[in-house]
Design a binder for this molecule. Structure first.
Ligand code: CA
Length: 478
């Protein structure tokens, strides 16, 4: 009898661990390039229409204080893959500018630091971590973390499709080739169609549709094995190009009172929404949706500058946009669906950052955190309501570069307070985001203790990560 007593629990334990293994959730990241704070219906868009994403949001966790770790593409993507800040990685500007910026910016008062041009292979990526648990790993679309020797295949992805060294395609229409930014550009893998046939005539095909075709194929190919799919749409980054019938629709819909006025951009957002809808429908029809952790997010704030003399988007009620460390440059829409963790939809106001995904997924899957991770796990936020301990930490940004919306700048957020420090300037700016979400009233002089405490905290952090910084330009003629 005694033997039997010990025997039964052993069998049960083995069975239980086996069935846990079988149930590992699929993990799908959908990164919409440059998607702005107010670009989705569920985040306050007026001209744009996003019924599929709005329906996803209605059934998901919707984050109202989610941040990109940088105000531009590559650094944020590096932070998602590694859990480290761009400042620590010394990858603070987009890849194309890393080697060139110092030469082209001689007319600026500050000399900007050199940054690395490739995410080092030694960095442990999310894909490499998930492979430890037996995941199939697939990357589709914009990569923007280095040259061919640093493509997704070299960073833990079994499969990569349509990756690119560059941040933007020359065009969103087939065959996705042509001159842009003074060079000949193309999106890789585009000679084949979704069924892997060569030379088919796909005239008029739109890149966002094509990437979704490939994503569905990869989901089907996984055959029930746990899948990590990193789906990075090139849209809604420039070039601002969309399907003509959709552009016409938004042209007719536009009203003078609307915040958003760019009908072509609205049509690009519609294509994203159509395709997210298609992907979700596929996950639901194949029975995978309830066991999938799906994250839909952006990599930086919306682009508020002009494309071909027309303003692209507006992040109101937040200030500024891509490139800036004001909220419009770094606060991003983020929707997380994880029905197996917490079935009830809700809004989450706790600040999270793109550095948090690596530790969160490590905790979800019982993987040890890699060395040097700076983000924090918000797994408990996904599982429980009312969890607030994460309000105690500070979030930091460091962008020692120029952009049409900014000069070199660092920032810190702690609770309701946000401090912005333009490098080289004596004064700093302090905002209370609770009273002043648009960062219009600098209260640094009213709260000198808070200001110096936060500035010190920012400086200490920069020192701790060996952040690169600017120096005065002796040749500058103001
Ligand atoms: Ca971007």
């Amino acid at each position: 009898m005694l033997r039997l007593y010990f025997f039964i629990p052993l069998i049960l334990a083995t069975f239980s661990s086996q069935s846990q293994e079988d149930k590992l959730p699929n993990i799908i990241f959908i990164t919409v390039d440059d998607l702005g704070w107010a670009d989705l219906g569920c985040y306050g868009a007026d001209l744009h229409e996003t019924p599929n994403i709005d329906a996803l949001a209605d059934a998901s966790l919707v984050f109202t204080n989610s941040y990109a770790a940088a105000p531009v593409c590559s650094p944020t993507r590096a932070s998602m893959m590694t859990g480290k800040t761009p400042a620590k990685l010394h990858l603070t500007i987009w890849i194309e500018a890393a080697g060139h910026e110092r030469k082209t910016m001689k007319a600026q008062p500050l000399i900007t630091p050199p940054t690395i041009e490739n995410l080092p292979l030694e960095e442990v990526t999310l894909a490499e971590l998930l492979k430890q648990k037996g995941y199939s790993t697939a990357h589709i679309g914009k990569w923007h973390l280095g040259d061919l020797m640093h493509f997704p295949e070299a960073q833990g992805f079994d499969v990569s499709y349509a990756a690119s060294q560059r941040g933007a395609p020359p065009t969103f229409f087939y065959p996705y080739r042509g001159h842009a930014f003074g060079e000949y550009r193309f999106v890789t893998d585009m000679a084949r169609d979704a069924d892997h046939h060569y030379f088919s005539d796909r005239q008029g095909e739109y890149l966002t549709d094509r990437l979704t075709d490939e994503a569905i194929k990869i989901i089907n190919d996984a055959q029930g094995k746990p899948l990590f799919l990193n789906l990075n749409y090139y849209s809604v980054h420039t070039p601002i190009e969309a399907k003509e019938s959709d552009v016409q629709y938004f042209q007719n819909r536009k009203q003078k009172s609307f915040l958003h006025q760019n009908e072509t951009y609205a049509a690009m957002v519609k294509s994203i929404d159509d395709n997210v809808g298609r992907l979700i429908a596929h996950l639901k029809s194949t029975g995978l949706f309830n066991n999938t952790l799906l994250v839909l997010l952006s990599d930086n704030g919306g682009f508020v500058n002009n494309y071909r003399d027309v303003k692209v988007t507006d992040n109101s009620p937040l200030r500024s946009g891509k490139g800036s460390l004001y909220e419009g440059g770094i606060r991003i829409p983020t929707i997380i669906s994880a029905p197996f963790l917490h079935p009830n939809p809700r809004q989450i106001d706790i600040p999270i950052s793109t550095i948090d995904y690596v530790p969160t997924l490590c905790d979800l899957l019982n993987i040890a955190h890699p060395d040097g991770v700076e983000g924090e796990s918000f797994l408990t936020v996904l599982e429980q309501e009312g969890y607030t301990a994460m309000n105690e930490r500070s979030l930091f940004w460091h962008y020692p570069h120029y952009y049409p919306t900014t000069t070199p700048v660092s920032a810190i957020r702690h609770g309701e307070w946000k401090l912005v420090h333009y490098l080289g300037a004596e004064d700093v700016e302090l905002y209370n985001l609770e009273d002043d979400a648009r960062e219009e009233r600098n209260v640094a002089k009213d709260f000198p203790d808070k200001t110096s405490e936060m500035l010190q905290s920012l400086e200490d952090w920069k020192k701790s990560v060996s952040a690169q910084t600017v120096s005065p330009n002796p040749n500058f003629r103001g």
